[in-house]
Structure formats: structure tokens, C-alpha cells
Design a binder for this molecule. Sequence first.
Ligand SMILES: Nc1nc2c(ncn2[C@@H]2O[C@H](COP(=O)(O)OP(=O)(O)OP(=O)(O)O)[C@@H](O)[C@H]2O)c(=O)[nH]1
Ligand SMILES: [Mg+2]
Length: 360
Amino acid sequence: MNREEPETALSVMEGVAPPPSINPRLTAARRRPLPPASEMLAQIRQGDRAALSRAITLIESALPAHRRLAGELLDLSLPLSGNSIRVGITGVPGVGKSTLIEALGRLLVEKRDHRLAVLAVDPTSAATHGSILGDKSRMTFLSAHPRAFIRPSPTGGSLGGVAHQTRETIQLCEAAGFDVILVETVGVGQSEVAVHGMVDCFLLLMLAGAGDELQGIKRGVMEMADVLAITKADGENLIRAKVARQQAINALNLLAPPVGGRRPPVRLCSALDGSGIEELWGDVEEFIAHGRQTGEFARRRAEQAVAWMDDLVRRILLERLLERPEVQARREDLEGWVRAGTLTSRRAAEKLLETIEGNF
Ligand SMILES: Nc1nc2c(ncn2[C@@H]2O[C@H](COP(=O)(O)OP(=O)(O)OP(=O)(O)O)[C@@H](O)[C@H]2O)c(=O)[nH]1
Ligand SMILES: [Mg+2]
């Protein structure tokens, strides 16, 4: 902005001096308009990280004006996106996700010449104030590296909303020239499903010594995994890690054979001594290369894009319908009856749907 701006909103009125209690800098900052989408994109493409951060904040904003601008930005960035490897990383809290991302990231930016973006999907973070990536202390190297970009999970809102914003952030990061995107997710709830739906390769981390129950990892999550790793395979833990690897292989053998017939590899690794890290990335690359060869890679991305569209339609439709004043009023009445126990939830839902249908 090189246009001369008045110092405060009040000084616009000639002859009226601004009262001394008003902080001119605060007022000026609040009024600073966002640049048009094309300008924002140009800044992002030039490697302006602050511009990328601002654009992501825009995507996460609920303000209608911001949403419009974010939509334009995403339209413009679409042809520039897609040129990356998207990898999801999941595992129970404490399994070593952040430490592994730091080790893997170091390999990618230092030895492999990649530009790496690390994102997170953590629907619990609104309550806990951000567990994933909230604390960058496990990623000190990446945090300071010019070829790496770290962005914590969006907060506040449903898993659907958080996942949706992360997908759009992936697109922006790709337009900014990042060619590997790692998406960290907590190994609880439905967040794995959401992240699985936005990546090319889904990496499941597991701990050694947790016995047969596989530390509460649901079968469904194992079924989604494209590559597995037993973490912390170092020191005295190495023997137990080897046992855990065999258990994981056995568990995978009990599952239905995956599409294409390839069982996911199970790798031993340690972010502490660095063993298995290059090999683990090799597993990811091999999975991607195989997918590219068979067409599975493109098919998966295309399916994800369509599923994303369907998901958006449902979310936005529901949002718009529930926002209507008549529907809101009816909902409040029904909620009262349901709370009082005078109406079943099912019957109340039917009645609300009747109101919605009557509103078309
Ligand atoms: N021995 C050993 N310890 C490790 C290794 N990787 C991580 N740790 C330790 O395990 C603990 C948890 O590591 P994190 O990387 O924070 O785990 P996380 O999965 O990101 O945890 P949340 O973010 O809380 O879900 C830390 O104390 C690490 O120092 C490893 O390869 N070997
Ligand atoms: Mg972590």
C-alpha cells in the first residue's frame, strides 16, 4: 500500500481532531484492506511466507468477505497446484510423530532438495489449545529452515471444517512451490479418515511393546495405512520393536488384501539415532511410484476431489438451511420439547425436516 492513508478514521473528517485516547496504529491496521487475490497469489509464488500465512488465515476465516476472496484465491491457484507428494502421518499421542517429521524433514530439505510444508489436522485442538504442532519445540530445525513451512491445525469448528481448511491449505502450499506436504493427525477419533481422504500416502506409526491389542489402534486405521513404521526402534527398545513389527505384519495378514494386492511394508525406525528414516521415505516414494505406474495415484486424487465436492455440498447446504430464521425458530421450539422429554429426537428431526422442505 503506497496510497497515503489518514492516521485514524476520525481524522478523515476535516477540522475534527482525533481524541488522544485513540491508538492511531491500531485503527490503521484494522482498516488495512487485503490486496486482491491475484496480488496475493503473486506474493505467494515469489516465496513470501508472510503472504502465504495471511492467505491461510483468510481461508480459515468465517467472514463472508474473506470467504469470497479465499474462493478467488483458490480458483487462481488451482492450475498451479497438484505438483507434490501429499503424505498423512498418524499414530497415538506420544508415538513420535513430531520427532519423526523433524527427522524426515531434515532429510527432505537437506539431502533431497525438497521444499516441505508441514500441516496438521487436530479437531481436539480447540479444547486443548493445540496439541499437534502447537509446540514447535520438537521441530526446531524445520521451524528455522527456509525451505520448510510449518502451520498448526486450524482451531475451532468441526472436524469437517478443519479438514476442509487443511485441504485448501494444501492447495495454497503447492501453489507456493512446496513439493512435499506432510499432514500430521492425532490417532484418535475420525481425523484419520479425514486426512486419508486428502493424501497420496497414509503413514501409520506404531509403538513397540504395546502387546497384542496394538495399542488401541482400530482395525480400520490399519486398513487405511499404505506404509507402517514402528517408531523408537533404538537402544533397549530395539528387540521389542522387532517383535512389534512381526505382530503388525501378522495383523495385516488377517486383513482383507488391499487393492492391487500389495501389503503395506512395516519399517523399523528411530528418529533419535536416524536409523530407518531414509528407508521409510523410500517406502513412501515406492508406494507413490507404483501408484503412478498403475494409475492408482491419479484415480485416488480424482476420487478425493469428487468426494470433497460432495462433502462441501452437504456442509454448505446444511449450513444455509439451518441459518434460515424460520428454521432456527422451529429448531429452538423442537429442542425445548426434546430436552423436556415430551418429543422423541427422531420425531423432532422429522418435524424440522418438514419445516426445511416447506422452505424450499
Ligand atoms: N527413544 C526414542 N524416543 C523418541 C523417538 N522419537 C520420539 N521420541 C520421544 O517420544 C516422546 C514423544 O515424541 P513426540 O514426537 O512428541 O510424539 P508425538 O506423536 O508427536 O506426540 P503428540 O504430538 O503428543 O501426539 C518424546 O519424549 C520424544 O523425545 C525415537 O525415535 N526414539
Ligand atoms: Mg506431536
